[in-house]
Design a protein around this ligand. Structure first.
Ligand code: GLA
Length: 353
C-alpha cells in the first residue's frame, strides 16, 4: 500500500494544489486532489482482472476550476437544492446564492467543490487514505456559522472506498455533505450507462416540481419507473411518458432509504454492469440517495485523455439528506448546532460478478 503526492498545478488565485495517488492493492487505486476533494480517477478490476478508470474527470486543474458538473467533488455545505435559496432558522431568514434558476444548488457558486482543502495522508493496517479539512467562514455563500469540515477518504485492501464526513459549527446552520462522483463501470470513456443494472433499496422517492424541488410527498415507487427494488436496467423505462422523468430529464431524484434504519449503516444501492462484470455497492448512514444519471451531460466537457462526456455517460449515487430539507419540516433534519458534531459515512464497495 502506498501514497504518492505530486503537484497538480496552481489555482488562479496562486495556491498550489496536489494530486495524491493512493494504492490500496495492485487492483485498487485512486487519484484524489485537495482541490475540491475531487476523486480524479478510480481504477477497479473487471471480472478478468483488467484495471480501468471508472470515474469521469479531467486531466488538469484548470478544467476543474471552470464550471463543470461537480465531477468527483465533495459537495457542500448543502448537497442538492434549497428552494429559492432561502431558509428560516431560529426565526431568522437567510438568503443563499441562487445558482440554479431560482434555487440554491450544491453549496452555491463557490461551494466545497472549489475549495482548496488541507490534506494529510493517513494509513491504517488495511487501508491508505487522505484526510481533508476545510473551514467555511461565517456567511460563506449566505450560510450562517463558521463550519469546520473534515472529509476522510479511505481505500481499503478489499476494494472499498470509504468516505467519512465530520463538521462542527459556531452558530446554528444547515449541513448536508456528499460526494458527486460520476461512475461508468465499463470505463469513464465507454459511452452511456443505460445498460447498467441498478438496484435501489428504496420503497419511496421524493417527487419534485419542475425546478426539481421536492413537493414534500414520499411517493411509493411501486408501479412506477422509479421501482428499482428488484434491479432494472437504467435505460429500460427512462423514456416512459412520466411527469417525474420529464422534470428530471430522466432520473435525477432522491430515493428514501429504509426509514426504520435511520442513521444506521445500510445498503442503498447495487449496480451491476453485465459486459465487464463490475459491481458497485453503496452503503450509507444517510436517509437518502440522489440517483442522477448524467442527464445534463451534453458533450461540452472534454475529459481525461480527450474523452467527450455525452448525455448519460455517467451516473451518480449521492448519499445525502433529502433536497430542500431546510424548508421541509417533515424531512429528517439537517440542522447542526454548536456543540454537536455532524458525522456521516458512505462506502462504495467494488466487486465483480
Ligand atoms: C445533481 C443534481 C442535478 C445536476 C447535477 C450536476 O445531481 O441533482 O440536477 O445539477 O447535480 O449537473
Amino acid at each position: 500500500m502506498t501514497i504518492h503526492k505530486r503537484p497538480f498545478g496552481v489555482t488562479r488565485e496562486g495556491i498550489p494544489v496536489d494530486l495524491y495517488l493512493l494504492t490500496a492493492a495492485p487492483d485498487f487505486k485512486a487519484a484524489i486532489t485537495n482541490f475540491g476533494g475531487i476523486i480524479v480517477s478510480l481504477w477497479t478490476p473487471d471480472r478478468d482482472g483488467n484495471l480501468t478508470d471508472i470515474v469521469l474527470g479531467f486531466d488538469d486543474l484548470r478544467s476543474y476550476e471552470e464550471k463543470h458538473p461537480y465531477f468527483g467533488a465533495i459537495v457542500g455545505r448543502y448537497g442538492n437544492r434549497i428552494a429559492n435559496g432561502r431558509f428560516e432558522l431560529d426565526g431568522k431568514t437567510y438568503a443563499l446564492v441562487q445558482n440554479n434558476g431560482p434555487n440554491h444548488l450544491h453549496g452555491g457558486t463557490r461551494g466545497f467543490d472549489k475549495a482548496v482543502w488541507d490534506a494529510e495522508p493517513v494509513t491504517r493496517e488495511d487501508a491508505v487514505g487522505l484526510k481533508l479539512t476545510h473551514t467555511s467562514p461565517d456567511g460563506d455563500e449566505g450560510y450562517p456559522g463558521a463550519l469546520r469540515t473534515t472529509v476522510t477518504y479511505w481505500l481499503t485492501n478489499v476494494r472499498v472506498l470509504e468516505i467519512e464526513y465530520e463538521a462542527v459549527t459556531d452558530a446554528p446552520t444547515h449541513v448536508n455533505l456528499t460526494n458527486h462522483s460520476y461512475f461508468n463501470l465499463r470505463g469513464h470513456d465507454a459511452g452511456d450507462i443505460l445498460g447498467h443494472e441498478m438496484t435501489l433499496v428504496a420503497d419511496h422517492f421524493t417527487p419534485v416540481n419542475d425546478t426539481l424541488i421536492p413537493t414534500g410527498e414520499l411517493r411509493p415507487v411501486a408501479d412506477t419507473p422509479f421501482d428499482f427494488r428488484g434491479g432494472a436496467l437504467i435505460g429500460a423505462r427512462i423514456g416512459e411518458d412520466d411527469e417525474q422523468l420529464r422534470f428530471g430529464i430522466g432520473y435525477d431524484h432522491n430515493f428514501v432509504l429504509d426509514p426504520e434504519a435511520r442513521g444506521e449503516f445500510k445498503r442503498a444501492a447495487r449496480v451491476h454492469e453485465p459486459q465487464t462484470g463490475r459491481v458497485l455497492e453503496a452503503w450509507t448512514t444517510e436517509p437518502g440517495v440522489q440517483f442522477y444519471c448524467g442527464n445534463f451531460l451534453d458533450s461540452t466537457n472534454i475529459g481525461k485523455g480527450g474523452a467527450v462526456y455525452h448525455h448519460r455517460n455517467g451516473f451518480c449515487l449521492e448519499t445525502q439528506h433529502f433536497p430542500d430539507t431546510p424548508n421541509q419540516p417533515s424531512f429528517p433534519s439537517t440542522v447542526l448546532r454548536p456543540g454537536q458534531t455532524y458525522r456521516t459515512k458512505t462506502h462504495y464497495r467494488f466487486l465483480t460478478d
